[in-house]
Ligand binder design. Structure first.
Ligand code: DP6
Length: 392
């Protein structure tokens, strides 16, 4: 007899920080040295789709990522599984009629709709989807804020992907991490015209993993102390306010300054940690020049632990921003995914030096056009068949 297989499926978004999380005060609980802020991106363009399944016939916990079996041994996944199981156990203790899912092994099957090779941080969407899917499977009553505390233990930035729109991760002060969780600053609908263009820049070699890089910075950089004690607390307030006032001028300015300071503390680490490459730096110069010619912030760049540029801009400025990018890289992979931008004409603002265009064109392999989007969404499409096997 085939035992019943219980399943729940979800999709979860990628988020890109505009005030960066960099540094842990507790590596076991994954507690940060500073609060951070991010924008959740649309799942039409970037998302992880995950099915969580449980059955008495499963003999071990399993994780399948993009068709490949991955280890579930690490402390991060274990922490998420055990917290979710404990919450389910409490429900079962209170209601004997519930199937004992907390005692069954879990099978997690996950797929990204974007190439992993693009070097986009997929751990945020991945852990957010895992936690949301298991919470749905277990029918847990916990809200996204409570679930964000669990996802945080999988990967810090994942806690912010439990919400859509504009999201803060409040670092908290408690030693047990109970107040270190994500909260919504404003939903997507509040300021829906935030757009993003991701320029995928190929890296020559594998970058230092963010977990390792931030440990080095926290241990060795003296600038870092100034950042976490003085700069971030002030910036957190200013950026939250700018979001609530839909003040792109302030938000964009601070976004670029924070990206630059994050890369500055990386450079101030011993040994130094480098994430930007020549192409990244040329893109920084281009956007600075574009803004200065416009006399206002038209687009804001930000870079995570890698050379890819994420440009935020408002919908009204799309002709300027995408017009310039079209002039630089008219045939790069990615334009065809958005037929609506086909009518935007290539245009170079007067006074902008095109001497750097060739280097950008050469260095960017793909453009991803997206916008602010919602938090995790339930999915009817199961990646686990009724007999429990992963659907390829
Ligand atoms: C530069 O969340 O990947 O993207 O908690 O060790 O998994 P772990 O780190 P991770 O770090 C993200 C760093 C960042 C900034 C950010 O997303 O805030």
């Amino acid at each position: 007899m085939v035992e019943q297989v219980y399943t729940a499926s979800t999709t979860a978004p990628v988020n890109i920080a505009i005030l960066k999380y960099w540094g842990k005060r507790d590596t076991k609980l994954n507690l940060p040295t500073n609060s951070s802020i991010s924008v959740t991106l649309s799942q039409d363009d970037l998302r992880t789709h995950t099915t969580a399944a449980a059955s008495s016939s499963f003999t071990e916990d399993e994780l399948w990522l993009n068709g490949k079996r991955e280890s579930v041994e690490g402390p991060r996944i274990s922490a998420c599984f055990s917290e979710l199981r404990a919450l389910r156990k409490a429900l079962e203790n209170a209601d004997a009629a519930l199937p004992p899912l907390s005692t069954y092994k879990l099978r997690i099957v996950s797929e990204n709709n974007f190439p992993t090779a693009a070097g986009l941080a997929s751990s945020a969407a991945g852990f957010a989807a895992l936690v949301r899917a298991v919470a749905d499977l277990y029918e847990l009553p916990q809200d996204p804020e409570a679930l964000s505390r669990i996802a945080r233990q999988g990967s810090g930035s994942a806690c912010r992907s439990l919400f859509g729109g504009y999201v803060a991760w409040e670092m908290g002060v408690e030693a047990d991490g109970s107040d270190s969780r994500a909260v919504e600053i404003a939903p997507q609908e509040f300021w829906p015209d935030m757009k993003a263009a991701i320029l995928v820049v190929s890296a020559r070699k594998k970058e230092t993993a963010s977990t390792t890089g931030m440990q080095t910075t926290a241990k060795t950089s003296s600038l870092f102390q100034h950042r976490i004690n003085v700069v971030v607390p002030e910036r957190f307030k200013e950026m939250s306010k700018a979001i609530l006032e839909k003040d792109f001028e302030t938000l964009g300015k601070l976004t670029m300054m924070d990206s630059n300071q994050f890369h500055a503390v990386c450079l101030d680490s011993s040994p130094p940690v480098f994430y930007l490459n020549d192409v990244s730096r040329i893109v920084i110069g281009l956007i600075e020049r574009l803004n200065s010619l416009a006399g206002r912030i038209v687009a804001a760049y930000t870079f995570d632990a890698g050379p890819n540029a994420v440009l935020y801009y408002l919908e009204k400025d799309e002709p300027v921003v995408l017009g310039l990018l079209k002039a630089i890289m008219p045939s790069v992979d990615g334009w065809q995914t958005k037929p609506a931008v086909a009518s935007i004409a290539a245009a170079v603002p007067e006074g902008l030096d095109d001497g750097v265009f060739e280097a950008i064109k050469e260095g960017v392999s793909r453009i991803i056009l997206t916008r602010v989007g919602p938090g995790p969404l339930k999915s009817e499409e199961s990646l686990v068949a009724s007999d429990g096997s992963p659907v390829a």
